[in-house]
Design a protein around this ligand. Structure first.
Ligand code: T46
Length: 136
């Protein structure tokens, strides 16, 4: 599975605490057009259930923790985000579900494009078909 990866972000720390800067053309893997964040997720909630046709995204759990199920149509992997110094890069056709949100979880997502519902694949069988088409 090669359409997602974990990027370690360099924290600048001193006796006051830590700071992480994200800069286009420096430590960001794409130019950012949109930022959104997910918070206040109720216990037991599972979100996502979709893939994107073209979108690139970088997800950072700046507070608390949550898990991602990442599925490329062949294999599934579970990733826990639990550090503000760790970013999950997702690009290409990856089905994702987010779950196990801690009550204090704030998940920030940077995206390389504006919100476009047409970029979503929200049906799993359609996703599998798209993966298959991409291989032919
Ligand atoms: C993703 C995962 C990690 C907007 O109006 N603008 C936006 O930028 C976004 C992201 C969503 N919305 C609307 C669309 C829905 O009516 O907000 C509502 C909730 O969105 P959704 O159900 O798609 O949220 P999640 O948590 O299932 O998925 C989100 C992103 O949509 C998705 O791109 O990869 O987080």
């Amino acid at each position: 599975m090669n359409q997602f990866s974990i990027i370690d972000l360099k924290a600048i720390g001193d006796d006051r605490g830590s700071l992480i800067a994200l800069e286009e053309k420096n430590n960001l893997p794409f130019d950012v057009k949109r930022v959104y964040y997910i918070f206040g997720t109720a216990e037991g909630v599972r979100r996502g259930y979709h893939a994107h046709k073209n979108l690139k995204q970088l997800a950072i759990c700046v507070s608390g923790n949550c898990k991602f199920l990442l599925d490329n149509g062949e294999t599934q992997q579970h990733i826990e985000l639990n550090s503000p110094a760790q970013a999950l890069l997702i690009e290409g056709l990856i089905w994702r579900e987010m779950y196990n949100f801690s009550p204090n979880c704030v998940l920030i997502v940077l995206a390389d494009d504006y919100y476009k519902e047409a970029d979503y694949i929200r049906d799993y069988d359609t996703f599998l078909q798209e993966v298959k088409n991409g291989k032919n």
